[in-house]
Design a binder for this molecule. Structure first.
Ligand SMILES: C[S@@+](CC[C@H](N)C(=O)[O-])C[C@H]1O[C@@H](n2cnc3c(N)ncnc32)[C@H](O)[C@@H]1O
Length: 234
């Protein structure tokens, strides 16, 4: 039920998703994805999966930084988001071997130990069974492979928190709702960010799924956080 609601929501906002991302984050979203891709060492012949790839911005960033390895996959369960991603990738002069897959991030249609790197940007917040998802990602990484998780966060300084709440809980749903015609989606956004665990707790969750060498950092005054963890070699 929750899953269908989220899928329908992203299908409905897909045509306006990129425009609203840039507007509502003042283009910080591009910088955050850039930092995520920069944080990963990708072997030249590596395989990469971007989970909850949406309109393909993380894949574009891998291609832009020439880190797309031998094969770059994007997976998402909302076909309308994938449709935008396909158009975006087709418009690039050079994409290498890219593949878009419609599917649920909790049930990856790949062999275990398959990917050298996996990413998920602004996606894990929408998955209720986060530990289950992290365990699935872990299973499909090669030993030595890394997972990067980028997510929106609530800043921890008092003053900033005040302005952030006013913006995030009032202005953002109004603008988002007006432009996308789906006010519910942009009400869901702040609610889902507020429910998301703090960076220390999320690092613990990654540890519980088996990841090691976990590092994380706050981006742009704590408006987003980036976690990276490694699947250890035996
Ligand atoms: C906020 S968007 C992020 C899209 C993209 N990663 C980005 O950086 O803009 C969240 C995406 O997660 C997808 N999603 C949410 N839950 C999912 C799941 N269980 N399996 C696959 N995709 C999922 C949605 O369809 C949506 O495209």
């Amino acid at each position: 039920m929750e899953l269908e609601f989220i899928k329908d929501m992203f299908n409905s906002i897909a045509p306006r998703y990129d425009f609203l991302n840039r507007l509502l984050s003042l283009r910080r979203d591009i910088y955050w994805r850039r930092e995520m891709v920069k944080a990963l060492d990708i072997p030249k012949e590596g395989r990469i999966l971007d989970i909850a790839c949406g309109t393909g911005d993380v894949m574009v960033e891998f291609i832009r930084q020439k880190k797309s390895g031998r094969q770059l996959f994007g997976l998402d369960f909302a076909p309308e988001m994938l449709y935008v991603a396909r158009q975006k990738l087709e418009a690039l002069p050079e994409t290498g071997r890219t593949h878009l897959i419609a599917g649920n991030g909790l049930y990856l249609p790949f062999l275990p130990d398959f990917f050298d790197a996996m990413t998920i940007a602004f996606g894990i917040r929408n998955i209720i069974d986060r530990l289950g998802a992290l365990q699935t990602f872990y299973e499909h990484l090669t030993p030595g492979g890394s997972l990067a998780v980028l997510e929106l966060a609530t800043p921890n300084q008092r003053m900033l928190k005040f302005f952030y709440s006013a913006y995030f809980e009032r202005l953002l749903p109004t603008i988002g709702g007006f432009v996308s015609s789906n006010r519910m989606a942009y009400r869901y956004l702040p609610a889902s960010v507020l429910r998301f665990p703090d960076p220390v707790k999320f690092a613990d969750l990654m540890r519980s799924a088996g990841f090691k060498e976990i590092r994380w950092r706050r981006l742009t005054l704590g408006l987003a956080t980036l976690h990276v963890g490694i699947k250890p070699k035996p």
